[in-house]
Ligand binder design. Structure first.
Ligand SMILES: [Fe+2]
Length: 516
């Protein structure tokens, strides 16, 4: 799948020749008589593109949303519309292995989430949709490796934080060229901020979104970025949200500004935001929101090579501390009791060589007070010291834990220490904070280094810190993870040049990360 596939990658692509299900030609969709009864839909009904996500060894979620008028609520009639789908083993869709008809319902914004099963592990598939006489672009996706597969390689791209107003999503053009097996997105898919004329692009609407229709329009605008749309169409995504999908720095049912949003109003806002999130993401029906609640923490398995634990560090957390002493209060929780136990069980029972933890927010310490004493950011894991420290203590008995996070709008790659208060404490894992796709725009690198380089002595666990826009790319194999920090020269124009800023290695059974 990459430019130069390794033998393992090639093996996944060519394993076996049997076609599951009835191979049929692409013409055999709905019978012509049934089609004649369909009302025609506008030509651009697939304006939001197509996507796939949450790969299983035998399944994948296929997504689209019918929206001929994407920035004005969608523009669909208030009725359920049949959407045919098909998935094939070849790019030209000649070897169709599964097909069916889904229903795009007005109560879900005419989104479609097809949970296809019966596929073969570790291989590429191509798919498309048809509705109202219109045919979608063809997308490509990939199933997870066989559950017993121990070897092979998995290429994962880590992305987060794409603020429309701060720039074009140019890192995705490079990501597409790197051809990952899966994209892991750890939050801030949209920003809820009001339109502003100060950046290269401007948010739609008149203010922050609060209603379902307003959130739908915001997602629709983001999906119109051509590099983002192309990346969705070419690899499965595994997504989770952070704060800006709802409201900056929200915690549980507490908004950023409780003096301005009442509890009831914020709960209504949460429900609208989660509904729109579900409608636009390639996730399973388990993520259909129940009012102001959505089930997003979950596990995905990539053979015996990788177990991916996707966290939800927003819905179950205590409100942020506001002082150093409060951040050490043992009653504060980031995950909530149930999710914490679920995570610990999943880490300790894991059959996988690598145990990845997708955390929206940074786990390693950031001490922003030069010299003696410490000063933390309270929205990150630093603000939930007791739970974070207990988790790091647990990492010592977990096989190869690696944390993949976002939020910081910086690349920060660190050793995870058992106890950050003790400089001689053991290294128990590694963390990659995957910068941002566009948030903070083209940052002043000299100003960043002037601020952060003096803090390196206070944070000796940092291996790489950087303020370029981009993403991280991981080639995961049995004996090690090769990581690359891919950065772009600009996000203020739609065209950019990408390069590798840093290359790192995490060796299996040797906690910590090495700069190569
Ligand atoms: Fe962000």
């Amino acid at each position: 799948m990459t430019g130069a596939p390794s033998p393992d990658r090639r093996r996944f692509l060519t394993a076996g020749a049997a076609v599951l299900g009835a191979a049929a030609s692409a013409q055999l969709w709905l019978p012509a008589a049934a089609r004649a009864a369909e009302p025609p839909l506008p030509e651009n009904v697939f304006s939001l593109g197509i996507a796939s996500g949450d790969p299983l060894p035998d399944g994948i979620v296929l997504w689209t949303r019918l929206a001929p008028d994407p920035l004005a609520g969608g523009g669909m009639p208030d009725e359920t519309v049949p959407v045919e789908w098909e998935i094939a083993e070849d790019e030209r869709l000649h070897k169709v292995v599964r097909r069916g008809t889904a229903h795009a319902r007005p109560e879900y914004g005419h989104s479609v989430h097809v949970d296809v099963r019966g596929l073969r592990p570790g291989r590429s598939y191509w798919y498309r949709f048809r509705a109202g006489g219109r045919i979608s672009p063809t997308g490509r996706t990939r199933t997870a490796p066989h559950p017993h597969a121990k070897g092979g390689s998995l290429r994962v791209a880590l992305a987060s934080c794409q603020n429309w107003q701060h720039g074009y999503f140019t890192p995705y053009a490079d990501m597409l060229a790197q051809d990952p097996d899966a994209v892991l997105f750890v939050g801030d898919y949209i920003y809820e901020s009001a339109p502003s004329s100060s950046g290269p692009r401007r948010h739609e609407g008149k203010g922050e979104p609060y209603t379902l229709e307003q959130y739908r329009n915001r997602y629709a605008q983001y999906r119109s970025d051509p590099d983002l749309a192309a990346m969705h169409a070419n690899a499965p995504w595994v997504v989770t949200f952070d704060d800006h999908e709802v409201d900056n720095d929200w915690a549980g049912e507490i908004p950023q500004d409780p003096d301005k949003q009442t509890h009831d109003a914020f709960v209504t806002r949460l429900a609208a935001a989660f509904q729109a999130y579900y409608e636009h993401m390639p996730v399973r029906a388990t993520a259909i929101p129940d009012g102001p609640h959505i089930q997003m923490y979950r596990r995905l398995e990539f053979g015996r090579l990788v177990r991916l634990n996707v966290l939800d560090t927003r819905q179950f957390r205590s409100d942020q501390a506001t002082s150093q002493a409060a951040a050490e209060d043992p009653s504060l929780t980031m995950l909530g009791a149930r999710q914490k136990q679920w995570l610990l069980d999943g880490l300790h029972d894991s059959p996988a060589r690598w145990n990845l933890i997708a955390s929206q927010i940074m786990m390693a310490e950031t001490d922003i007070l030069p010299g003696d004493g410490k000063l933390w950011y309270y929205d990150a894991w630093d603000g939930y010291q007791a739970e974070r420290n207990a988790l790091l203590d647990d990492f010592a008995s977990v096989r190869n834990p690696v944390v993949l996070s976002g939020d910081r709008h910086l690349t920060m790659i660190s050793d995870l220490k058992k106890d950050f208060a003790d400089p001689s404490s053991d290294v128990v894992g590694a963390e990659f904070v995957g910068t941002s796709v566009s948030s903070n725009g083209d940052q002043d690198q000299a100003a960043f280094h002037a601020q952060f380089d003096p803090l390196k002595a206070d944070n000796p666990h940092w291996k790489v810190i950087d303020a370029h826009r981009g993403y991280h790319l991981f080639d995961i194999r049995r004996h090690g993870i090769d990581a690359r920090v891919r950065v772009v020269d600009t996000v203020v124009s739609p065209q950019a040049t990408a390069r590798t800023l840093a290359t790192l290695h995490v060796a299996a059974d040797e906690p910590g990360v090495q700069v190569m």
